[in-house]
Design a protein around this ligand. Sequence first.
Ligand SMILES: C[S@@+](CC[C@H](N)C(=O)[O-])C[C@H]1O[C@@H](n2cnc3c(N)ncnc32)[C@H](O)[C@@H]1O
Length: 245
Amino acid sequence: MPSQYDEIGDAYTRAADQLLFRRIVERHTLLEVLGPVEGLSVLDVACGDGYYTRLFWQAGAARVVGVDVSEQMIRAARARDEGQEPGIEYRVHDAAAMPVLGSFDRITAVYLLNYAGTREQMVRMGEGMCANLAPGGRLVAVLPNDGFDPAGPSPVKYGVAVRPPEDRKDGSAMGVELLIGPSVAIDFFYWSRSAYEQALAEAGFQDVCWHPLECAPEPEPDAAFWRDYLANPHAIAMSCRRPLG
Ligand SMILES: C[S@@+](CC[C@H](N)C(=O)[O-])C[C@H]1O[C@@H](n2cnc3c(N)ncnc32)[C@H](O)[C@@H]1O
């Protein structure tokens, strides 16, 4: 299935690697919400070039699998691992039609569900992830923040420009531009928190929690620099659980 990332993959990787926001805010929050993964099995859906997948492996996860719809992104992930011999398995799959690859303790989905163009597609993505989780296992996601205020403090100084939806209607087109080097535009869809919650509940998840992004302790360059971003963040983290029974 062709994906916009087959075209923009290299530019995305270059820009995302250099975004301080990723390391200081996004990665910090994701790892805090996820908790320790040592000895656990982790499935990273929409793994891209394996930025987070590799971190889970380095943190001592027992089994790590990365899935992405873009062949180009999976090629990039494998190329980045070359010579380091990590035992990460990478697979090309559309998350909306993902087979069962295991019974994972944790699943991460950093910017996946916002690529669902319809509610049905989002439910199918959720069902695929739920089927890959062990009972009681957790899904942790990062998503565009539906509370982002286009008139509020701008994330441009942090290297991200948001193209908001024309209206705040579920399924409206929106996007971001990463403003590092030759800037790269990324298209996806606006969904409200309640749309995500309903789709995930229909897919079999419970205990959906929203986690505002936070700065790493002693951030670079300093906490004052991140104040505007944290006042109007363009992304938010979410966690939920597959029921035990
Ligand atoms: C913004 S990138 C994030 C990549 C990675 N999670 C990270 O944070 O570096 C979004 C990724 O989602 C993938 N993606 C989009 N739709 C998908 C789908 N239906 N199934 C699997 N992956 C998908 C894209 O190919 C791309 O690699």
